[in-house]
Write a protein that binds this ligand. Structure first.
Ligand code: SF4
Length: 428
């Protein structure tokens, strides 16, 4: 979901001291939600992640919405409504974490929709915490900057753990071992975040590495590489994407999955761009400092695991913007820029195919699908499949994926393309 445009927006923030006494519930978009909850707990705010999305979430979301909303709205709102039906739910002691945006797609409306739904159900006492992409998620919590910094560290740590898993699982003699290594790493990382991150987090990641590298492999031959780009919620929520990563691995591929960190990097980048364009020099300086701090914090954690990673880092926001500029105005923002830029990045990294995931009727997703022929042409007719997800359980996706993976194998055989290894280029 989302956009990172226009910094000139009033940002809803946590203001009342009583938030400390409320439990904040965070929808389970992906495991990064646990990092946010742990960071909030460290700062004295009780927080928990909502149970994983399931068919009941979808049913409740569909019943509550008008039908023109996007799949992530059905699912995330459904997750929330599911909890409100629990007998012990107390609106006066609860808050929901539900990030917002000023547009330009439908995402900008969902916080207001959630507020309406809660009030209609007599749950107006529930507080909403809605940090905005518009200011790169600054400004929530009683100590906004330390909380944001700690959440950022946790989010990056989850991204790194996921990269270790993605590079290990397809080659593991027992896939379950890679999953166990990931879950153990996740537990350590969350504990470290809850204790304040920093050196503890470095140590948690360091101890995660041998759990992955020690897993016996089936072969040293590398599989074809498939980059997954597209809408952030569907990309990371396994229920929404019907286990897409697992399906690609079952069909003989290895996956590159656009990180969660890229979105925050891009939001910060856009904040600077908007400040520069409007001559707001203090905001530009703040954005530059935030970007530099994010980069340094990320490098500190990445250094711990990078010797165990085969694939290069994602290119930065500057690369993404330059990559799409010849055919799309990057100032339009939105996930369209990120998805197209990342697809180009993966193409140059040596991927053998691109999957673009989008909720049915997603506005940025349709822009990306429309631009795909141009991007593919520049990348040597790289195999590309758009996968629109609706609420129908996507019964035909497997067949289309099988055809796509056949093209991916053929593309690799025809081009002899060997993906880049780490350190073969610098982060741009
Ligand atoms: S239009 Fe797309 S990006 Fe916007 S809220 Fe809907 S699913 Fe998310």
């Amino acid at each position: 979901m989302t956009d990172a445009d226009s910094a000139a927006v009033a940002v809803p923030a946590l203001q009342a001291r009583s938030d400390v006494e409320r439990t904040t519930y965070i929808p389970h978009m992906g495991d990064h939600s646990f990092a946010m909850a742990a960071a909030m707990r460290h700062h004295g705010m009780p927080a928990a992640v909502l149970p994983p999305t399931d068919d009941r979430s979808l049913a409740l979301g569909l019943a509550a919405c008008g039908g023109r909303e996007c799949l992530p709205a059905f699912l995330a709102l459904g997750d929330i409504l599911k909890l409100t039906r629990d007998a012990g739910f107390d609106p006066a002691r609860s808050a929901f974490f539900f990030p917002g945006s000023c547009g330009p797609c439908r995402f900008g409306h969902y916080t207001a929709l959630l507020r309406d739904l809660l009030e209609e159900r007599g749950l107006g006492d529930v507080r909403l915490i809605s940090p905005s992409a518009a200011n790169a998620f600054h400004g929530f919590g009683h100590r906004p900057r330390p909380l944001r910094q700690l959440a950022w560290q946790g989010l990056i740590a989850v991204d790194l753990l996921d990269r270790l898993r993605l590079e290990t699982r397809p080659y593991a003699q027992e896939r379950a071992l890679a999953e166990e290594a990931y879950q153990a790493g996740l537990r350590d990382v969350m504990e470290a975040v809850e204790q304040g991150g920093g050196g503890r987090l470095v140590r948690a990641l360091r101890s995660a590495v041998p759990r992955f590298t020690g897993i016996p492999r089936t072969t040293d031959e590398l599989r074809p590489l498939v980059g997954i780009v597209g809408e952030i919620y569907v990309r990371w929520n396994e229920h929404a994407n019907r286990g897409l990563v697992r399906q690609v691995e079952e069909l003989g591929g290895e996956v590159l999955l656009s990180s969660m960190g890229e979105f925050v990097h891009f939001s910060t980048y856009r904040l600077r761009a908007v400040a520069r364009a409007s001559g707001d020099w203090p905001a530009l300086a703040r954005g530059a400092l935030t970007g530099a701090w994010q980069w340094l914090a990320e490098r500190r954690l990445a250094r711990v695991v990078e010797h165990a990673l085969r694939r290069p880092d994602e290119a930065g926001s500057g690369f993404v913007v330059r990559a799409v500029t010849p055919f799309y105005d990057a100032t339009l923002g939105t996930e369209a820029v990120l998805s197209m830029g990342r697809a180009i990045d993966y193409g140059r990294m040596g991927a053998h195919g691109i999957l673009n995931v989008l909720p049915f009727s997603c506005m940025p997703g349709m822009v990306v699908g429309g631009m795909a022929p141009r991007i593919r042409r520049d990348l040597g007719q790289l195999p590309w499949l758009d996968i629109p997800y609706d609420a129908q359980k996507e019964t035909n996706i497997r067949t289309r994926l099988e055809a796509f993976m056949y093209q991916v194998h053929q593309f690799r055989a025809r081009t002899g393309r060997d993906p880049l290894r780490r350190h073969s280029r610098l982060r741009v």
